[in-house]
Design a protein around this ligand. Structure first.
Ligand code: CDP
Length: 231
């Protein structure tokens, strides 16, 4: 494919666990763009809140979090040895911890808080100043970059999404049932779609990609084709 000279912004939004990050990383590698995982940012704030005992019975102590949130510094590094993007909370590598089920169970509660979103969105825009970015999340095409050059809205059948996440977590050694994952994925979708602040929505100019029956290679080719159609 021809890589466009202009450094584009590509927004990939969609439902929980539907493979957004897989295709975003594959595309970033292919066209030498920067991949930014906005979900990892909400996961880091959630881990921080959990460690500070700010979440109990589905309730977040928002006052305390507002006081402490400036202690949260998020950064990303690419680990060439492990060939993966890694997330840091202050100087600590938290990539594995933020993907665990206890963080997934709380992240949508944190992600619906206005001041948390404002801080994360400012950071997402800061990181993307130079363009040449692929960012995945829930509000990238609607709120973070309403003028993104290409917007994709991804989804897949909930059962397929649950099975994919189940395999991913099992491979990492997490002891978890498929039922628990299905419930988590559906609950996060519900909270993300129904919150007041930047609810998960397809932007009016986003193209829908249902990848229920696509391989990673097929979904990558699908997006590359959309990019080639841009000009
Ligand atoms: O598990 P999955 O990879 O689908 O989720 P994620 O991208 O890591 O995002 C975790 C959670 O963060 C989502 O369920 C949303 O509640 C929240 N999120 C958000 O509100 N806005 C974003 N731009 C990205 C994630």
């Amino acid at each position: 494919m021809d890589i466009p000279e202009k450094k584009l912004i590509i927004a990939i939004d969609g439902h929980s666990s539907c493979g957004k990050s897989t295709v975003a990383k594959d595309l970033a590698k292919k066209i030498k763009y920067t991949y930014i995982d906005s979900g990892a940012m909400y996961r880091v704030v959630t881990l921080f809140a959990m460690r500070n005992n700010l979440i109990s019975k589905d309730k977040v102590d928002e006052n305390k979090l507002a006081h402490l949130i400036n202690q949260v510094n998020i950064s990303f590094q690419y680990n060439t040895e492990k060939q993966r993007h890694e997330t840091y909370l202050n100087a600590e590598l938290v990539e594995d911890e933020i993907r665990k089920m206890d963080v997934s169970n709380n992240v949508s509660l944190i992600a619906k808080i206005k001041f948390v979103r404002e801080k994360m969105v400012a950071f997402q825009r800061e990181l993307s100043k130079e363009g040449g970015v692929i960012m995945d999340g829930r509000d990238i095409g609607t709120v973070v970059f309403p003028n993104a050059d290409l917007k994709i809205f991804m989804t897949a059948d909930v059962e397929i999404r649950a099975i994919r996440r189940y395999k991913e977590l099992k491979d990492k050694g997490e002891n978890i049932s498929l039922d628990e994952i299905r419930e988590n994925v559906s609950k996060r979708d519900f909270i993300d779609e129904n919150r007041d602040e930047s609810p998960l929505r397809k932007a009016s100019d986003a193209i829908v990609l249902n990848n229920s029956h696509l391989t990673p290679e097929e979904q990558l080719n699908w997006i590359v084709k959309r990019m080639n159609e841009l000009k």
